[in-house]
Each structure stands twice: as C-alpha cells, then as structure tokens.
Design a protein around this ligand. Structure first.
Ligand code: PEP
Ligand code: MG
Length: 616
C-alpha cells in the first residue's frame, strides 16, 4: 500500500546526497536552472480574488499583444513560414482549459496569479514529460516560454514580490547565474537533480545555512509547484507528498538539529576571531568564503578573520552581466568594510565551465577545459581592466587583494600583473586614488601544482582551491552526481598536490590559504592541518564546527596521519587510515561507529555536527 499524504496520494521517496545540514518540510517551488523569476505564493483575502483574476487576464492580454508584435516582425524578417512557432504560443494563451485552470486555482486556493500560473503550467509540463513522441515532448519548451512570458507580464505589477517562507526549491540544476536573484531568506531547503558535494548548489546552500540534498536524478520531473515535500539532508532522503508520519519525523529532525547546532555554535562563537589552537598549541586562521550579500552577516557572527575568497562571478550573475566600474567599486568597498582589518580577497570573475557562461559565448564541447576563468579574463581585456580598476579604487578604502582563478602557467600571472600596473598608472594620471593590492594565484589545476615553486616567486600568496584540484587531478566532474563516488578528496594524488603546494609556499615565504570545500569539513580540515595548512577559508557557517574539530586534536598527530595517507595505495586506503586513526586518537570527536564504510564522499561525522555527505 505504502504511506499516503492527507489527500490520499502515495508518498514517494528519493535518495540523494545530503550536502548541507538540516531538514525541512515545506512546499515545492520548481525552478528551472534555478531561475524562479517572480514566483512567490501569497494567500489572498476573499475580497482580493476577483481583482487577482482581472490581473491575470490583463497579463494574458499583454502577452498576446507582445506575441502578435513579435510574430509580425518575424514575418517581415523571416517570412510567414518561420513565424508559425508563435501561433503555438498564441493558441496556448487562448486555450480555455489553461485559462480556466489558472482562474480556478486563484479562486479555490485564494492564491496569487504568479503562483497559480506556475502550478498549472508545471502540471502540464509533467504530463508532457511522460509523452513518448519526441516532437510532442519537445513542445514543453513552448509551455515554459509562455509561462515565463506570463510571469514577466505579471511582474509589471508594483506589489512586493517574494517567496513564501515555506518554499523548498526543487531544481534540475541550481546554477549560480540563476540563484543570484532569489530571496534565500525565505527558502527552507534545496533539492536538486544534478550536483555533487562541491557543486555550486551545495556551496551556496552551505553558505546560507540551508539544508540541501543533491543528486536526486529525476525528482524535478515528478515534483509540482505547491506539492508538500520533506527534505532530510542527514539521511539524504527527499519525500514528495509525505505522509503525516514522515512529515512529523522530518520536522522532529529539523528541530533537533537546529537546537544542537545553534547551542554548539553559540559556545564556539564566544572565542570569535581568535585563531583556532590545537591541543599542542598550533594556531590556524579561519576565514570566510563569500558569494552573496546574504552571507556577509555571518562573517562577523561566526568569527571569521576576514574574507579569504570572494567569488566575484556572483556579482556578475546578480547584475546579469559584467557590472560597470563604479558599481564594482561600491561592491568591493562594501566587502572590505564587512571584512574589516583582515581584508578580503577578491577573485577575478571565474566565469565559464560549470559556473556562468558569459552571454555571447558559444556552448563549448568541454567547458571545464574551455575558455574559462583566467583565460576568459585575458581574452576579454576590457572586462579584466574594469575589474582591476574597480579593485584598485576600492582598495583605497579598505584592505583588498586580488586572486587569479585557474592559473596554469607563470605567464598568466605576469600578464595580469602588467594590467594591474598599467591601470594603477592610468588611475594616477586621472587623479583617482588607488590602494595597494596583493596578487595571489588559485592553485587548482595539476600544472600549477607542478610549477608551484616558480609560481610562488611571482605572487604574494596562494589560494588552494581543492574543489577544482580534485576535479582536475582525478578527472572527475565536480557537479555530476553520477560520478560522485569518484570524487575522492583523500586520494593520495590530491594530498600530495596539497603537500607540494604548501611546501612551495613555505620555501618562498608566502602564505597559502586553503579555500575549497575541504577546508570547511571538520575531518578534512584536520587532514589539511596534518599536511601543513595553517590558514583555512570556508563558508562562514562552517567555522564553529571546524574550530571545534581543530581545537580537539593535536597537530603532531594530524601530521603523522597525513604522512601515512600520503603513502596510501589509493583513495580507499587513505579513507580507511583516517577513519581508524581518528577514532583511535580522537574517539570522542570522531567515534568509529558513526562512520559508515568510506565510499566516495561518504564520510559522516555527525558528532561534530556536519554531515559531509551520504552517498550510498
Ligand atoms: C575551488 O575550486 O576549490 C574553489 C575554491 O573555487 P570554486 O569552488 O569557486 O571553483
Ligand atoms: Mg575553483
């Protein structure tokens, strides 16, 4: 029989990878590519229903007028035979059933028009997704198009637009380009079909302290906006239309996690900003990684020593393209203010690849190896110069450094340094004040590791990006859930690369800050300590638990374990060493029973409040 929800529909369970702690019960908001646009849910007063239906009709009329105009232009430019596509859209807007259904939803649920449009079109999309005929199935893109047009037409309305506070985002893939305009303060959880532990959906969710499960494969196709849904990131289970028992269980988990983690975090936050100190007296600086303004508040709350990595491409995403120089100056100056005396490290736009493809860039066959990051910055000289000028200008108002993403050769560093000096001279000539900025290189591809000694002589610091380092060293796509079991952070090749980079930085007497997701995971942070890292940057919400882990271990022990891992025959053996040795030495922090057999990112250290992941 199976369990059923209160409407008698059978609940359905998906298993994915929990990548950000917590649990929540709420309502599905389907977002394609992460773009929710202007969808929110509001409950209307009875008296408002008629006006809302009129508003919906006005949006339909506006959409029709726009489509007719577009169709006329297409006929003139391309000929009548190419304009037929718009007939399909026009027909949809005249479809009585569609109009009646939206009206019915507004009336029966007392819902706002945006929500009603989304619910009705999502239902239609789910039907189309099941159709065997390829041609018909592809018509679903027309439905999406019409839905988007209607939502934009409705957005002309002045009323405040926001998500209800029980929204659970269900996405096929959550792209940085699409999340920038979401009101995350209202999102209770995230569930996405694609993604792995270091995918951007995961990073964003952790940064905002929102529970998230990724790698759910086909949840998106089955979920409909408005459905009830329960997300448990501890077990990696997502239940659509949960029964009363399931919903109660997940709510109970959510409450328990909230109270334990906030009590522990409050205790740790008392020592905010002091370096973490191991039991044998080694100090480790903990900084924050930042993407969205919503995360700024956490920088001081969790005691970060400044901002170790600002992923500036999110600024690009929020702006819908490269922001102008003045706008960037304002953003970086604000960042420097938030970071305070310890400063902020602004990474040049890390565009392309799995991140954000700039407009006008053709789809690449192999984007992770394509025109991305530093390559794109150098290819688009104007964009680079604008960003460099903005950072120099903002650095006159606070402490800022520049980070160069995906460096693979010394020549790239030299090319950017030339631009920095030229723009500094230009600003001087213009009489505009510029501050000092250090220049650092991301070490995240194998070639950079292999020439780290030479790179170290050209830069002021290293930023070790373990997410891409694992991806490129092991040739495993970080955002593809299908290969999550191959994403092995403790692979000896990865550990050797980290060790070599740390040694090269020490020889050249420059600092190295580790800023990949590895740094924000307690057990991995201890391995990093053992490999010689003393400066870690992570999503601010992770700082308290990483601090607790580091303060409960001794650096000498961590070094011994790291050495043993470096000699391991492969990832599995290194994972086993960590499991066994951690339990022997620091059993209270890492009790063996809580650790499932290692497999991919399958470590679970709930005793210090962080589920790394639960691939099964
Ligand atoms: C990394 O690759 O580890 C990193 C810090 O940068 P991103 O996750 O933005 O690629
Ligand atoms: Mg990277």
């Amino acid at each position: 029989m199976g369990r059923r929800d209160r409407n008698g529909r059978r609940e359905r369970v998906w298993r994915g990878v929990g990548v950000s702690d917590g649990a929540a019960v709420g309502r599905v908001l389907r977002v394609h590519g992460g773009a929710a646009g202007n969808v929110y849910r509001a409950t209307l007063e009875e008296a408002e229903v008629r006006r809302e239906i009129r508003r919906f009709h006005a949006a339909v009329r506006l959409s029709r007028r726009q489509l007719l105009a577009i169709k006329r232009r297409a006929e003139q430019l391309l000929g009548a035979e190419h304009a037929y596509i718009f007939d399909a859209h026009l027909l949809m807007l005249e479809d009585r059933k569609l109009i009646d259904d939206v009206e019915g939803h507004i009336r029966d649920e007392r819902a706002n028009a945006e929500w009603a449009v989304k619910v009705v079109t999502d239902k239609l999309l789910a039907v189309y997704a099941e159709i065997k005929d390829d041609y018909l199935r592809e018509r679903s893109s027309d439905i999406e198009d019409v839905m988007r047009r209607l939502l934009v037409a409705l957005a002309g309305d002045e009323r405040a637009q926001r998500l209800t506070d029980d929204a659970i985002l269900v996405a096929d893939e959550l792209l940085p380009s699409a999340v920038a305009d979401l009101d995350f303060s209202r999102v209770r959880a995230v569930a996405s079909d694609a993604g792995g532990w270091t995918s951007h959906a995961a990073i964003i969710a952790r940064g905002l302290g929102i529970p998230a499960v990724v790698g759910l494969r086909d949840l998106f196709r089955h979920a409909r906006t408005g459905d009830e849904i329960a997300v448990d990131a501890v077990t990696g289970e997502v239940t659509l239309r949960p029964s009363a028992e399931t919903a109660a269980r997940v709510r109970e988990t959510a409450g328990r996690l909230r109270s334990t983690s906030s009590a522990a975090d409050a205790a740790t936050a008392r020592d905010a900003r002091a370096p973490a100190r191991t039991t044998d007296g080694v100090e480790i600086v903990l900084r924050a990684n930042v993407e969205l303004p919503a995360e700024y508040e956490g920088v001081s709350r969790f005691g970060a020593r400044g901002i170790g990595l600002f992923r500036s491409e999110f600024l690009y995403a929020q702006h819908g393209g490269a922001p102008g120089e003045d706008e960037q100056v304002a953003a970086y100056a604000e960042l420097a203010r938030v970071a305070g005396a310890d400063g902020a490290r602004v990474r040049l736009f890390d565009l392309g690849g799995d991140k954000l493809a700039p407009a006008a860039q053709e789809a690449e066959r192999n984007p992770a190896l394509g025109l991305r990051a530093i390559r794109l910055c150098l290819a688009r000289g104007d964009m680079l110069r604008t960003q460099v000028r903005a950072v120099l200008r903002a650095a006159a108002r606070g402490k800022l450094d520049l980070v160069l993403p995906m460096i693979s050769d010394v020549s790239e560093v030299r090319a950017v340094r030339r631009v920095v000096e030229e723009e500094r001279a230009n600003l001087r000539r213009e009489g505009t004040e510029a501050g000092d900025v250090g220049v650092g290189a991301m070490i995240e591809v194998p070639s950079a590791v292999l020439v780290a000694d030479r790179l170290a002589r050209e830069v002021d610091f290293f930023s070790l990006g373990t997410n891409d380092l694992v991806q490129y060293t092991l040739a495993v796509d970080r955002s593809n859930g299908e290969v999550a079991d191959w994403f092995r952070t403790l692979h000896p090749a990865v550990l050797a690369s980290i060790s070599r980079t740390v040694a090269a930085a020490a020889d050249a007497n420059i600092p190295v800050v580790v800023c990949g997701e590895m740094a924000g995971t307690p057990a991995y942070a201890v391995v990093l300590l053992g490999l010689g890292a003393r400066d870690l940057s992570m999503t601010a919400t992770a700082i308290p638990r990483v601090r607790r882990a580091l303060e409960g271990v001794d650096a000498a022990g961590a070094t011994e374990i790291a050495r043993e891992c470096l000699q391991a025959s492969g990832a599995g053996e290194a994972e086993e060493i960590v499991r066994a040795r951690f339990a022997e030495r620091w059993g209270a922090l890492f009790p063996p029973k809580s650790l499932p057999a290692p497999k991919g990112e399958g470590y679970n250290f709930p005793e210090i409040g962080h589920t790394v992941s639960t691939s099964s």
